[in-house]
Design a protein around this ligand. Structure first.
Ligand code: SAM
Ligand code: SF4
Length: 325
């Protein structure tokens, strides 16, 4: 098991498959973006090799993300390869859902078990505004296909005051009445390229719970408040699914952090919100053997910083789409 210097068991790797995206969510990236050329990204073969090495070091969970991971041509094969890697027990995918309709069944057959779909509103016009041009019906078709294929579904909504902090939260939470899904509300975080971030746009989870309680009655705490990943879970009385709150700014969960992140060009990021990084690509491309890479990964785990520094105005230079959420 890989433990860091604070005795946290780090066994979860989020892999960004591309920095490119087919949307431009206002809190994630500017409208004019230049993406990396294909040869700067890790190849499928390099990713296969790295996943094997991470598994040998003790990593058990992989999540593919981006940018938009469904833009990566080899996604289904990458999932299949990861699912067959000894030691890897869980594979997840985080997607905007736009291309999911045609991919959900092949991904399920390849070994994917769960999918996180980002969806901030059920209002088509507002969805278009937030994503700058996205079509909500594509995401809803992807969501149907995912549920129909037997994937466990989590919905992730980034909540911003004045944009989607009331009716949209109530409408999204309604899914949990009938569906065994988790609908999770996420605080917006500041990144270097995120000009729209403002502290006052963060909506505290207490406030969202009050909005939901007004609509559905008091929420019941699930799991005695123990975090599920990074989410604190609640349930509307009698509901099939859960409502989660992910509050990295107002209620940091750094003590429970169990993950590293790999950018699409092979940089290992030790904390989402700090710029401590280790570039694995030179090792990969200059002939390092598996043991040398494994040693570098173990050192990286050990050096993982304790927590973010948002309170001291430490803002990451890279954007969320480059790091992979
Ligand atoms: N494109 C995919 C998607 O949107 O799900 C995967 C990558 S995206 C960077 C991963 C997650 O990060 C999404 O749920 C997105 O809403 C979230 N995200 C992006 N920018 C954010 C920000 N500034 N604060 C909080 N979450 C953010
Ligand atoms: Fe693309 Fe996801 Fe960022 Fe939206 S949040 S711009 S879908 S990477």
């Amino acid at each position: 098991m890989p433990f860091d210097r604070y005795n946290r068991d780090i066994d979860y790797l989020r892999i960004s498959l591309t920095d490119a995206c087919n949307l431009r969510c206002v809190y994630c990236m500017p409208e004019q973006m230049t993406f990396r050329p294909r040869d700067e990204l890790l190849s499928d073969a390099e990713l296969h090799r790295l996943i094997g090495i991470f598994a040998s070091v003790g990593f058990r969970k992989i999540r593919f993300t981006g940018g938009e991971p469904t833009l990566r041509a080899g996604l289904v094969d990458l999932v299949s390869h990861a699912a067959q890697t000894p030691g890897i027990e869980t594979i997840g995918l985080t997607t905007n859902g736009i291309l999911l309709e045609g991919l959900a069944a092949p991904l399920r057959a390849a070994g994917l078990r769960s999918v996180n779909i980002s969806l901030d509103t059920l209002d088509p016009e507002k969805f278009r505004r937030i994503t700058r041009w996205g079509k909500l019906d594509r995401v809803l078709a992807g969501l149907d296909a995912a549920a129909g294929a037997g994937l466990r579904v989590k919905l992730n909504a980034v909540v911003s005051r004045g944009t989607n902090d009331r009716e949209d939260v109530i409408a999204l939470a309604r899914y949990t009445l009938e569906q065994p899904w988790q609908v999770r509300f996420i605080e917006q975080m500041p990144f270097g390229n995120n000009a729209v971030f403002q502290h006052k746009s963060i909506v505290a989870e207490e406030e969202l719970r009050a909005v939901l309680a007004e609509a559905y009655g008091p929420l019941e705490l699930v799991n005695h408040g123990r975090l599920d990943g990074e989410a604190r879970l609640y349930r509307i009385a009698g509901a099939a699914g859960c409502i989660g709150f992910i509050s990295p700014v107002s209620k940091p969960f750094c003590a429970d952090c169990n993950r590293l992140r790999l950018t699409a060009e092979g940089v290992l990021r030790l904390c989402l919100l700090r710029d401590n990084e280790i570039d694995l690509r030179p090792l990969l491309r200059n002939g390092a053997d598996d043991e040398a890479l494994a040693t570098r990964i173990r050192e990286a785990v050990y050096d993982k910083p304790w927590g973010h520094g948002l309170g001291e105005q430490v803002i990451p230079a890279r954007g969320m789409s480059e790091i992979g959420g």
